[in-house]
Design a protein around this ligand. Structure first.
Ligand code: GRF
Length: 195
């Protein structure tokens, strides 16, 4: 095991769109010193996202960049400006429901990670949990990967498997996958700190 002292202290920006359970997992890991890194800013494309409240409660700076009623080009350039200003070591997509533009990806290549609720390359895109149920899969899981220009296609950092039970529905499966995803995300951040 690598000593916590030899791990880097990264400056993280988290991008969110919703309830923010993954964000909360990072905040908790920071508070319990499971990770050395610190979140300096949380950006949401949804001004009313619960995730923003979670960040504020933890005393973390927040920024809403609404994506509604504007073109993707305008939204992505506003996002790029905000990210460049922050100069993050790591950008975590934690339930961020937008695909990053080529410009954003290339400005921060190798520094952006995403958590996805399936064993990629299986079931990319939206509703991965339901896709696994509909396919009659016996197992699924979650993946933390580096983000490239594609949708859920970048190099995989780590994966965790979860069995699908005969009476699973979206809700029951999602609950277990979320928990596993939180563990995977923290483990991935630790691995990046160790590089
Ligand atoms: C999770 O299903 C995660 O795997 C996916 O989006 C959801 C985010 O949930 N990328 P939350 O907003 O972090 O609670």
């Amino acid at each position: 095991m690598v000593s916590p002292l030899s791990r880097k202290n990264l400056h993280i920006v988290v991008l969110v769109s919703g309830r923010g359970s993954n964000l909360q997992a990072i905040i908790d890991a920071e508070h319990t010193q499971k990770i050395n890194s610190k979140i300096s800013l949380v950006i949401s494309n949804q001004p009313n996202a619960l995730a923003l409240e979670k960040a504020q409660k933890a005393g973390i700076a927040t920024l809403a960049i609404p994506s509604k009623n504007k073109s993707a080009t305008v939204f992505q350039s506003e996002l790029l400006i905000a990210l460049k200003k922050q100069k993050p070591d790591l950008i975590v997509l934690a339930g961020f429901m937008k695909i990053l533009s080529k410009e954003v990806v290339s400005a921060f290549r190798g520094k952006i990670i995403n958590i996805h609720p399936s064993l990629l390359p299986k079931f990319p895109g939206l509703n991965a949990q339901q896709q696994a149920l509909d396919a009659g899969a016996k197992t699924t899981g979650c993946t933390v990967h580096f983000v490239d220009e594609g949708c859920d296609t970048g190099p995989i950092i780590l994966q965790k498997t979860e069995n699908i039970l005969p009476d699973d529905d979206f809700e029951s499966l999602d609950k277990r996958l979320l928990k596993k995803g939180h563990e995977a995300l923290i483990e991935a951040i630790k691995r990046i700190e160790e590089k």
